[in-house]
Design a protein around this ligand. Structure first.
Ligand code: TXA
Ligand code: MG
Length: 335
């Protein structure tokens, strides 16, 4: 299948593809998503096939507004209204009880809940509004790979497997949305993202927990997808906890690469001017924006066997970045 690239003035053509039960990748402020008509079971199944995604990992229903989400949900709590008023459109996904029979089980993975997201992207809004129904929206990468932050990343993974990609340029945030479960009390963040538990708690006026559940921990509710290997480039990733630790790494080796903030890199490159490197920008927000791009960059350089990536420990607002980096590194730190 030929994968077409659509520009901003070609959304109508992308809508026709969705109506025909085919797949179109779409931009959001977090990462690119892989879209199919969420009410069309056969189309939704193609999403799992294109990504190589395990079938028990449910999909997000991407909507154009809260009213569209409410058509597919029941017992919608007041907390949903409050959060949506403040954060939608934006990088927040809310878990609600699904209206039985309103969406194929391929979307929900057979769970009694469904995750709704309303991304802040005008092209994607136009796409969903013109279709008139939600589209599923997992990240548009091959399963286990870092999520795509450009149309080129999507093309790299899914060329020939999907009908089209809407090119909305580089995504702004670079890490996937915060997911909050509104079907339990207290509410729990299942996946950390740009919107933090304390921001959510401030709007709700109630406690919001962050799920620190580890793989295999059966006692904590979690987003099923978080148990799978994820965000992993071809090379081994090692987290470097302290900036001073970088001085113990021989960066003249052709098989290693370093990923760090610009000022940290500048110091390292004084000693190792030829070191393979990728900058994470100036601060933690930039680091989130560049992390997946950095990991993908070294996938194209087969000689790189180890990537040393700057960690931020428990620094404020680093929760989402560290969550993804930990998965990319399978929890391994440079010793
Ligand atoms: O920022 C984002 O959320 C991106 C963009 C494209 O919108 N999408 C995204 O989708 O990250 P995906 O499929 O890569 O991650 C969604 C996560 C998965 O870990 C999945 O297990 C979880 O959400 N999830 C979906 N439905 C769920 C449900 N009913 N209960 C618990 N977790 C759910
Ligand atoms: Mg994903």
């Amino acid at each position: 299948m030929e994968t077409k690239i659509f520009q901003a003035d070609q959304i109508d053509a992308a809508v026709e593809i969705l109506k025909a039960g085919e797949l179109v990748a779409f931009p959001t402020e977090t990462v690119y998503g892989l879209g199919a008509d969420a009410t069309n079971e056969a189309a939704v199944k193609k999403v799992y096939a294109a990504k190589g995604r395990p079938s028990d990992n449910p999909l997000i229903a991407t909507v154009a507004d809260f009213a569209m989400a409410q058509e597919y949900a029941i017992d919608v709590p007041e907390t949903a209204q409050k959060l949506v008023a403040k954060f939608w459109p934006g990088p927040l996904t809310i878990l609600l009880k699904v209206k039985p029979g309103s969406l194929p089980t391929a979307v929900t993975g057979g769970l009694p809940t469904v995750a709704f997201r309303n991304p802040a992207d005008s092209l994607t809004h136009e796409l969903i509004a013109k279709l008139g129904r939600p589209i599923v929206g997992p990240s548009a990468n091959t399963s286990t790979k870092p999520s795509p932050t450009t149309a080129t990343h999507v093309y790299h993974d899914l060329n020939g497997k999907i009908a089209g990609i809407i090119d909305g340029g580089q995504t702004e945030i670079g890490l996937e949305s915060t997911i909050i479960d509104l079907t339990v009390t207290p509410n729990i963040v299942l996946r950390p993202g740009a919107i933090t538990p304390s921001e959510l708690s401030a709007v709700l006026g109630t406690e919001v927990l962050l799920n620190h559940g580890k793989v295999g921990d059966k006692d904590v509710p979690k987003a099923p997808g978080m148990k799978y290997r994820h965000y992993a480039p071809k090379a081994q990733v090692l987290i470097v906890d302290q900036i001073s630790d970088f001085n113990r790494i021989n960066l003249s080796q052709k098989s290693v690469a370093v990923v760090a903030l610009t000022d940290v890199l500048a110091e390292l490159l004084k000693n190792y001017p030829n070191a393979n490197h990728f900058s994470l920008g100036q601060n933690i927000a930039d680091a989130g924006h560049f992390l997946f791009e950095a990991l993908r960059y070294f996938d194209d350089l087969p000689e790189i066997k180890t990537i040393y990536v700057q960690g931020f420990g428990d620094a404020e607002n680093a929760e989402a970045y560290m969550n993804r980096l930990n998965k990319a590194a399978a929890g391994k730190h440079f010793q």
